[in-house]
Design a protein. Structure first.
Length: 146
């Protein structure tokens, strides 16, 4: 495991993005979108992926968004966890079906915000005259929407 600093590092450009993934052609297309996007192709080894991602983002990541989809192992997701900075955020949107061995002590010590989304549909609510109705004109959120 890498040494974790107790203080966040300053960010030279808040819009820099490092992307790690398995599909080389997808990474190439993403890199072509903006010169600030830097990519890392996963080699399938957690420690090697951590080193490559950390080198690409020049340290720890402010935010990690996992949108990988189904994977054979949780290694790349956990590599993302390993590179989140102190007070950073990790968002899980992907389809990893394995148990994530998130070390509780590291989560607490590094004060990481861990968020997840189960790909639920999002409802649009319109507010008019202090009354909420959704786009389908059904009145307000139901228990299923909460």
């Amino acid at each position: 495991m890498r040494q974790v600093l107790d203080t966040p590092r300053p960010c030279a450009d808040p819009f820099d993005a490092g992307l790690a993934g398995r599909n080389a052609s997808s990474l190439e297309r993403l890199a072509a979108l903006d010169p600030r996007v830097r990519t890392v192709r996963s080699v399938g080894d957690r420690a090697a992926d951590v080193s490559a991602i950390a080198a690409t983002v020049e340290g720890d990541a402010d935010v990690v968004i996992d949108a990988l989809g189904p994977t054979p192992t949780a290694d790349l997701t956990m590599a993302g966890f390993d590179v989140v900075r102190v007070d950073g955020t990790m968002v899980l949107l992907g389809g990893v079906r394995q148990t994530l061995p998130v070390p509780y002590d590291e989560l607490m010590r590094r004060r990481i915000t861990l968020r997840g989304n189960a790909h639920r549909p999002v409802r649009l609510y319109l507010v008019r005259n202090d009354r909420s109705t959704d786009a389908a004109t059904r009145g307000g959120p139901t228990a299923a929407d909460r």
